[in-house]
Structures are given as C-alpha cells and as structure tokens.
Design a protein around this ligand. Structure first.
Ligand SMILES: *Cc1c(COP(=O)(O)O)cnc(C)c1O
Length: 571
C-alpha cells in the first residue's frame, strides 16, 4: 500500500512531468527526504489556466529549469503577453512603452527611495534627485506652490508612490483622518492675522473630532478598502447606526452606501450637499473624496462646485476654520485648520486633463473638463497613477498635498536617515526614473497633441459604435460621458472580451442589471484596431440577442453561439 502522502509526492511536476519528489538535486535529498512540503493536490488543476501558457511549462521545480526549458517557457509567456499587449483596449493603462533601450541598464541597479523624498542621508542608492524633479513638474502642472519648502505651509509636499493611486487614496484618507480628528501636524502653522479678536472658533462638541467620509457610487474600490483599513466611518456607517430613521435623501428609507451619481457617473452635488449638511449640522468634520476620471464611466466630478458647496455648508456650522489645541502642549498652543478635507482621486484624469486643457486653449479640441487642481484653495490632497496616462511597466503614481496639512510622521527614523513620512518603507526608486524619463522626452506640446488625439479617438469610437447599433437594430447601450477617454457598451461574446481585455461592469439602470464593457482610447490604441473590434462586433453572435422582457440572465447565456466568434469569423 502506498500512503496518500507518497502519492501526492508523485504528482507530475514541471516541464518534464517529473514526479514531484524526484525534482530535487542531490543536495536537497540528504537523508532521503525532500526539503519542504509536497503539494497537497495537483497545482495544475488547482488554478485558473492560461491556455497560451500551460502551467507545467512554467512550474518551478527545486532544481530550477535548464536552459532549454527556460527558453521554451519564457517564449510561451512572451508570445502571450505580446499578443495581449497588441489588442489591449479595455483599461485606462497605456501599453505602448519604450523604456528598454535607455533604461535597461538600471534593471541591474538597486534604487530605493526609502523615507521622505526631500531628505536623504545614508541610503545613497536612491533616485530622489529625479523624484524631486518629477514632483516639481507635477506641482507646476497642477498649479501648486513649488518648490517644496518645509517652512512654507502653502508650498506643496508629495511623494512618488510604490503602488498606484490606491496608495495615494489610502495615504490621502489617512492624512485626512488624522487632520480632522485633531492629531498633531508635522509643523504647527497659524494663519497670519487670524490671532486676537477674530479668532477662529474652537473645535468642540462630542463629534468635533469624528470625521465622516463621503464618496460617490462611481468611486474606485480602493476607497472602500481605505476607509475599512483606516477605520474611518462613512456617512452610511454613522447614519445607519446613529440615525437609522433620518436619511435626509429619502426619509424613512435605509441610508445609501455611497453618494448617488448622475447617469454620466459624476457625483450628484445636490444630494451630496444634503448628506454633508446632515452631518456638519451635528458637528462632524467632513471628508469628501472625489473622482477625476471615474474608473468605469471616465466621469469628472465638478471639484470646484463641490468645494464651493462643502465650504459653504461647513461655514454655517463653524467647520470651515477652527482652532485645534494640542494636548501635548501645556502652553495652550494651537493650530488652525479646516473642519473638512477634499481629496481628489485623479488616477487617470490628473495625469491627462491638464494637457487636454492646453489643447483646448490652443484650439485643438473644443472642451476640457472642469478645474480640479491646486488652483482651488480648498483642495487638500490629490493622487494620480503613473502607469495610466503616462505609461510605465508597473504600478506607480504621485501623491500631493500642501505642506501645512501634513500630519506628524508616526515615529523616529534615524535608521534610514530621512523622516518616515511616506506609506511604504522601501519605495520603488525605479518608478521615479521612469516618470522622469517620460517627462524629459515629452514636452507639453507633445502631450497636448496626444491628449487631443486620444480625445478624438474616443469620439470616433463612440460614433462607430452608435453607427453599429443603428445597423444591427439592437440597443447596445452605447454611451460616452463628457470628455471621457472611455466608451461603454453592452457586453459582447466572452472571446471578444478576452481578446481585447475589455473591462466588464454590471450597472443598475432603471432597476434592471446591465452588464457593460468599456474600452479606453489610450495612446497605443489606433483607429485600425478600433475598426477591427467593430468588425468583430458586427459578426452574428457577437452580442447575445436581447432577452424577451422578463427573461432571466440564464436565458441570455443560453442564447450564446455554440461556435466561438473567432472561429466562426476565421471560417
Ligand atoms: C485605477 C484607479 C485607481 C487605482 O489605481 P491603481 O493605480 O490601480 O492603484 C483609483 N481610482 C481610480 C478612479 C482609478 O481609475
């Protein structure tokens, strides 16, 4: 009898289907027993497969792969990624990159921007000198006061993210939470002329340091994660526990989880105002996170109008400007700060719309979305993803705020020789190099031209899809929000979804669930590729026939063609 453990140790593993326990080199079987745990089931069936890259070809036996095995595995993966790169159309990420020639050298260099970007000491293998240049570039582009000056509360402070805008959102909300709940700032600032007779009111009342967060239903999932990780109450959390019967949007109805949006995907400012007033009137400080380029519909919240609304309401309840005393300071010293915080999640939009604005001012396009940046004195923090508009081989981004709003870093950091003001410990120093390279080689003029081209391609795609909808005589739900780089439409056959990496999302429209996909007109997308996609969408079976009213989704699924569209078209 063979025990089950031995059977499992015989599971075929690696490119040659070797029994797992025979994949060890002699050193590893000293004493007759392989090092490590055997698989508890066959990993090849445990995971989702990628047909183009068979799992056994890339499995990693303890002996590693020999040169031939490595070459075969790597070329399978390369072919797959190159094909998918060619057709990639569904996400707001630029896939046409050309860093290899110039920057390949640095793949053999360690670059770690640990700690504050403006301080460096013992850890010299960093690219902070480039990071500061990148940050100054964006500070100017976003109309902040620059360069960063630790003595000047109005100057910007920021850093290059190791994750994308998700990290920027997390950091922005963390900063907001500590600021609104009265934690110490990095430096105490008092606004000149504010002392004496016309002193700001003191933050007081049971809720004065209990921030409440507001964001719309079109908000990226990273915000939901951030409020959970940071234990920040949303208006839904507080409303449904403390004021269950008082939903100001619909008296008696349950509180919505998020602020309603318009059909275009922008936050509904009137409803936001009602919700903010409910909490501001009860003394809660207000944290609003806005989208500048929402993930699915590409919608731009009107940041300026929201800022005006929120400031106006907060002013009525003494939350626009208040004194915060520091317990740690026996002299009764205080700083002065607002009782609200506006964060803008500009993952795509903040990297792109400044150039579209330039294109508009140069007469290359007709319109650009509303202002979102530090021209608005009530903007507190802003984030952008580097891999989206700019394009980088991995996630990165920028976080920016004003120096006077920075919270005190949590602890001492003598070990790294720089203040621990960032979210990560070790930070990706290669990302600053990539962004620096991109910005050095693409002038404002270049970027404005590309922005206008992408805007034009989104408009073209929208037109072509509307035409197709007309020709097919079927409602494909084609829509484009104003100035969005994305166009959304009814989800087509899964083969098309996969070939073009189209992102799917189910949206409630008039009480019915609709599954949409969208594509993004990023700079690597061409008219030719759009035409190819439209050609595939025109084929019979590309869309499930519209279900008769009342039919379930199961009915729609059953109506899909038995032959994959690709094969049907090839034949
Ligand atoms: C993509 C995106 C994010 C998250 O960015 P990552 O770079 O994936 O972390 C956040 N917000 C919006 C609106 C996005 O589109």
């Amino acid at each position: 009898m063979v025990s089950e453990a031995e059977n499992l140790a015989d599971i075929p593993f690696g490119p040659e289907d070797t029994p797992w326990q025979k994949t060890f080199s002699s050193l590893r079987v000293v004493g007759g027993r392989p090092y490590g745990t055997p698989p508890s089931s066959d990993p090849r069936t445990a995971y989702l497969g990628v047909p183009e890259v068979p799992h056994h070809k890339v499995q990693l036996p303890p002996s590693g792969l020999d040169a031939e095995q490595y070459t075969e595995a790597e070329s399978l993966f390369r072919r797959h990624i190159d094909t998918q790169t060619r057709n990639f159309a569904g996400y707001q990420v630029t896939s046409a990159l050309d860093y290899e020639q110039r920057l390949g050298h640095y793949l053999n260099r360690h670059l770690n921007n640990v700690g504050d970007p403006y301080q460096s000491n013992s850890y010299t293998l960093n690219s902070k000198v480039l990071e500061r240049a990148v940050l100054d570039y964006f500070a100017s582009l976003w109309h902040a006061k620059w360069p960063h000056d630790p003595e000047d509360p109005e100057s910007y402070w920021g850093y290059v993210l190791t994750m994308g805008a998700s990290e920027g959102n997390l950091y922005g909300l963390w900063n907001a939470r500590d600021y609104l709940s009265g934690k110490p700032l990095r430096t105490q600032h008092r606004e000149p002329g504010r002392d004496g007779a016309e002193q700001a009111p003191q933050g007081e009342g049971p809720n004065a340091f209990h921030p409440v967060a507001f964001f719309s239903e079109d908000t990226h999932y990273s915000l939901t994660k951030a409020v959970r990780a940071l234990d920040i109450d949303t208006f839904h959390d507080l409303g449904s526990t403390r004021y269950p019967d008082d939903n100001p949007l619909a008296p008696g109805a349950p509180w919505p989880r998020k602020v309603p949006s318009t059909a275009d995907g922008a936050i509904d400012i009137e409803q936001l105002g009602l919700l903010v007033r409910f909490f501001a009137s009860r003394g809660y400080p207000v944290l609003v996170s806005l989208n500048y380029g929402s993930t699915f519909k590409g919608a731009y919240d009107d940041v300026e109008a929201v800022a005006r609304t929120v400031r106006g309401i907060c002013a009525e309840y003494g939350l626009d400007h208040r004194r915060v005393h520091q317990d740690r300071d026996a002299n009764g010293n205080h700083d002065e700060r607002s009782g609200f915080w506006l964060h803008v999640d500009g993952a795509l939009g903040a990297g792109y719309t400044p150039y579209l604005e330039m294109a508009r001012d140069a007469g290359m396009v007709e319109q650009a979305p509303p202002v979102f940046d530090f021209r608005l004195s009530d903007l507190h923090s802003l984030t952008m993803s580097g891999h989206k508009w700019m394009g980088t081989p991995w996630a990165c981004g920028v976080f920016m705020t004003r120096t006077g709003l920075q919270m005190a870093p949590p602890g001492a950091s003598e070990y790294i020789g720089a203040a621990d003001t960032t979210f990560a410990g070790s930070r990706n120093g290669f990302s600053s190099l990539l962004m620096w390279d991109h910005l050095a080689r693409n002038s404002y003029d270049d970027q404005a031209r590309v922005a206008a081209e992408c805007d034009g391609l989104a408009a073209y795609t929208h037109q072509q899809l509307l035409l197709l909808q007309q020709q097919l005589g079927q409602d494909l739900w084609v829509a484009r929000s104003p100035q969005a780089l994305t166009v959304r439409f009814r989800q087509p056959h899964p083969d098309i979804v996969r070939r073009y990496s189209l992102a799917c999302e189910t949206v409630q429209v008039d009480g019915a669930a609709r599954t949409y996909v969208h594509l993004y007109a990023m700079r690597h997308l061409t008219r030719q590729r759009v035409d190819e996609l439209i050609g595939e969408l025109r084929q019979p079976g590309a869309f499930a026939p519209a279900p008769p009213t009342g039919a379930t989704d199961g009915g729609a699924r059953a109506a899909r063609p038995a032959v994959p569209v690709a094969d049907a078209m090839a034949g």
